[in-house]
Design a protein around this ligand. Structure first.
Ligand code: ADP
Ligand code: 5GP
Length: 194
């Protein structure tokens, strides 16, 4: 059971390529709310420039399974059907909340739904999107981290994810990174001041 006595849980989802990581970095930089990004575990290999323990905890499949069997994940999913698992570590969330941080989970829609089903959380949910699949595709291609097959798969999944965006409290269009970060910050401040 996670203690959410002090902090709040904030879930940010959206299709791959929508700009979640970019916007979250700006949000962490400029928002007055004490935010902390939860570092997920994944079995996906690290991309160039990604640092273990900073961007993700990069684990082998058996290490990940061990943690799952021990119930160490608040939620975990095989996100793109490519055999790679991603999971939110309970300990990351519990420690952050206890310290009074607003803990951000940047997770996929299925993971978000799994957290929402757990009655001990009242997460603030935010869906980031681009407003269209074309812009999503060009951002994914521009990022140059995935090959064509992976991009096609991510775009197919994006269509399903967009169907579920109404389940989120806020929908934010990321035309401008600064504006998207400011808008999210403003929403969080409103929650703090409720
Ligand atoms: P996600 O975390 O949602 O998969 P990223 O943050 O990696 O997406 O962004 C995908 C690509 O789009 C990156 O190359 C990033 O620099 C670019 N990007 C992010 N936000 C914007 C924006 N508002 N306008 C143009 N390009 C953007
Ligand atoms: P990427 O491979 O581009 O880093 O991330 C792919 C997807 O995995 C993104 O949609 C991201 O939100 C999601 N993701 C990252 N960490 C987690 C996690 O802990 N749980 C779930 N369910 N999804 C995650």
């Amino acid at each position: 059971m996670v203690d959410r006595e002090k902090g709040r849980l904030v879930i940010i989802s959206g299709p791959s390529g929508a700009g979640k990581s970019t916007v979250v970095l700006q949000l962490l930089d400029r928002c007055e709310i004490p935010l902390k990004l939860s570092v997920s575990a994944t079995t996906r290999p690290a991309r160039a420039g990604e640092i273990d323990g900073v961007h993700y905890h990069f684990l082998g499949a058996s290490e990940f399974d061990d943690l799952r069997e021990k119930g160490e994940f608040l939620e975990c999913k095989e996100v793109f059907g490519l055999g790679y698992w991603y999971g939110t570590l309970r300990e990351q969330v519990a420690t952050g909340l206890k310290e009074g941080f607003w803990v951000i989970l940047e997770i996929d829609v299925q993971g978000a739904m799994a957290v929402l089903e757990q009655s001990d959380f009242e997460p603030i949910t935010i869906f980031i999107h681009t407003g269209g699949l074309d812009s999503l595709e060009s951002r994914l291609r521009g990022r140059e981290t995935e090959d064509d097959e992976v991009i096609s798969r991510r775009l197919r999944i994006a269509e399903d994810e967009i169907q579920l965006m109404h389940r989120y409290r806020y929908q934010i269009i990321n035309d401008s990174v600064d504006q998207a970060a400011d808008e999210i910050c403003q929403r969080l401040v409103e929650h703090r001041d409720l």
